[in-house]
Design a protein around this ligand. Structure first.
Ligand code: ADP
Ligand code: MG
Length: 167
């Protein structure tokens, strides 16, 4: 599934729509360079899941748990940017313990957290326009978002709800 997302508000929107497809036990890996929009998407996910607390870019915190306000799964938001190694470095976080009743979203998690689950949703965010330099201040800076569901959980997933007008 590939989408074009025109601006930050549309990215949040996509997060809200994606939240409706998620259930407890889901692992979501977000990839894309610094400033791609991973945290912006996660903010929308948090809104869609109806969790407590604002989703932010953690400066020192590696993982933050946002409990549900609506009886749904908690959102565990992990920023693994500063972590070199794999899960063993994150052992203290007990992600394996939280996963069954949570949605775990990991920024920079590739090669680090896959073993948490047999299935995962990979979300890659890239600047849709080529070139190294960001566009002028108020110019559009769309993103291409590619979603790949791996494992049994995502076999036959219906992505259509995500296809709303975000361009
Ligand atoms: P990351 O977590 O991937 O480092 P952030 O979500 O923290 O990225 O930041 C993305 C930045 O890019 C924000 O400042 C956001 O306003 C900006 N931005 C511009 N255009 C878009 C877009 N189409 N989608 C998402 N973010 C965008
Ligand atoms: Mg981020």
């Amino acid at each position: 599934m590939r989408l074009t997302v025109s601006d930050p508000e549309a990215m949040r929107d996509l997060g809200r729509a994606l939240a409706a497809l998620l259930r407890p036990g889901d692992l979501v890996l977000l990839s894309g360079e610094l400033g791609a929009g991973k945290t912006t998407l996660t903010r929308g996910l948090g809104e869609g899941l109806g969790v407590r607390g604002a989703v932010t870019s953690p400066t020192f915190v590696i993982a933050r748990v946002h409990p549900s306000l609506t009886g749904g799964p908690a959102l565990v938001h992990v920023d693994a940017y500063r972590l070199g190694g794999g899960l063993d470095q994150m052992e203290d976080l007990d992600l394996d313990v939280s996963l069954p009743e949570s949605v775990i979203v990991v920024e920079w998690g590739e090669g680090k957290v896959e073993e948490l689950s047999d299935s995962r949703l990979e979300v890659r965010i890239e600047r849709a326009l080529g070139g190294e330099d960001p566009p002028a201040d108020d110019a559009a800076d769309p993103r291409t978002v590619t979603l790949t569901g791996l494992g049994e959980r995502w076999a036959g997933a219906d992505w259509e709800p995500l296809r709303a007008d975000r361009v």
